[in-house]
Design a protein around this ligand. Structure first.
Ligand SMILES: O=C(O)CCC(=O)C(=O)O
Ligand SMILES: [Fe+2]
Length: 262
C-alpha cells in the first residue's frame, strides 16, 4: 500500500514545487542531545487515567500515556528529528512550531500531495509503538462512545510547538474522501507543556469550547465530530509535571502527535 503510494507520487513529482519548507536544518528535541534509555516500567494506559466525553465521537483520555511511554515517544521522535529530513518549519508557522511526518508527507499548503521534502526525504513509516498506542486509545474510547469508528493510522504528523506556539482554527480535511465520509477519527497525543485545544462543531457557528491538553492526554475526534473546527492556543510554559522533562530532557514546549488514516 505504502509502496504503491510512494511509487505513483515519485513518478508524478519531477521537479520541486515553489513552496518548499523554508528550513530543514536538524532540530533536536533535547536540550543536551542526550538520549535517555528508560528502564522497563509502567506501560500505557496509566492507572490514574480518566476521561471526559466532549461530544458525539469526541473524547479526551486524561493522563492516558504513562511517563515511560511519553519518554519513549520523545526518544523515537528525536531519532528522526535531528537527522536529515527531520523537523522543518513553514513561513506560515512564524517561528511557532516545527513539523515532521511519518507514513505520508503532509504540508500545510499542499496537503498530502507531495512525497518529497526539499532534500528528497521520504517520510519513515509510522512507528509501530505509535500505531499500537492510537489503536489502544480508540478501543478504550469505544467503551464510552458508541459512535466512534475504528481506524488504522497510516500517517502521523509530529509537531513541536514552542512556548509561544499556537495553531489557528481549521478543519482537518486533507484525508481521502472515504476516510472523511466514514468519520475515521483523528487521534492527538500531547507531550510536554500544557496547551488549550479550542473547538466548535460546524453547526454551532459561534460557540467556541475549550479543553486543556496536558502531557499524556489523548484527544480523539471522529464520527460526527470529525469535521469540527479546532486549533491550539496558549501553549505557554505550564507543565503538568516536571518528571517528563527530568527524564527525557526534552526542550520546554509541546510535542504533539496527530495520527490519522489517509
Ligand atoms: O496539536 C494538536 O493537538 C492538534 C494539531 C492539529 O490540529 C493539526 O495538526 O491538524
Ligand atoms: Fe487539525
Amino acid at each position: 500500500m505504502q509502496d504503491a503510494f510512494h511509487g505513483s507520487l515519485l513518478r508524478e513529482c519531477h521537479c520541486f514545487p515553489s513552496n518548499w519548507p523554508t528550513e530543514t536544518v536538524p532540530y533536536s528535541l533535547l536540550e543536551d542531545w542526550r538520549i535517555i534509555k528508560q528502564p522497563p516500567g509502567e506501560r500505557t494506559p496509566s492507572k490514574l487515567s480518566t476521561y471526559e466525553i466532549l461530544g458525539p465521537g469526541m473524547i479526551i483520555l486524561k493522563n492516558y500515556v504513562s511517563l515511560t511511554d511519553q519518554v519513549d515517544i520523545v526518544n523515537i521522535c528525536e531519532k528522526w528529528a535531528a537527522g536529515p529530513g527531520g523537523f522543518y518549519m513553514y513561513k506560515s508557522d512564524e517561528d511557532r512550531r516545527r513539523q515532521m511526518c511519518f507514513g505520508r508527507n503532509w504540508e500545510p499548503e499542499t496537503g498530502y500531495r507531495n512525497c518529497y521534502r526539499s532534500n528528497g526525504f521520504k517520510p519513515p513509516p509510522v512507528p509501530h509503538e505509535f500505531i499500537s498506542l492510537a489503536e489502544a486509545a480508540i478501543k478504550d474510547a469505544q467503551l464510552y462512545l458508541d459512535d466512534l469508528p475504528s481506524m488504522y493510522p497510516d500517517t502521523c504528523l509530529v509537531s513541536f510547538y514552542y512556548t509561544n506556539g499556537r495553531l489557528g482554527l481549521h478543519q482537518d480535511c486533507d484525508e481521502s474522501s472515504d476516510s472523511l465520509r466514514r468519520g475515521l477519527p483523528v487521534v492527538s497525543i500531547s507531550i510536554g507543556t500544557t496547551a488549550i485545544f479550542v473547538y466548535r462543531r460546524t453547526e454551532h457557528k459561534r460557540k467556541l469550547k475549550n479543553v486543556w491538553l496536558d502531557s499524556g492526554d489523548v484527544l480523539i475526534f471522529g464520527g460526527k465530530s470529525r469535521h469540527i473546527y479546532h486549533g491550539v492556543e496558549h501553549v505557554g510554559c505550564n507543565i503538568f509535571s516536571d518528571d517528563l522533562y527530568l527524564e527525557s530532557k526534552m526542550r520546554l514546549g509541546r510535542l504533539s502527535l496527530t495520527l490519522r488514516q489517509f
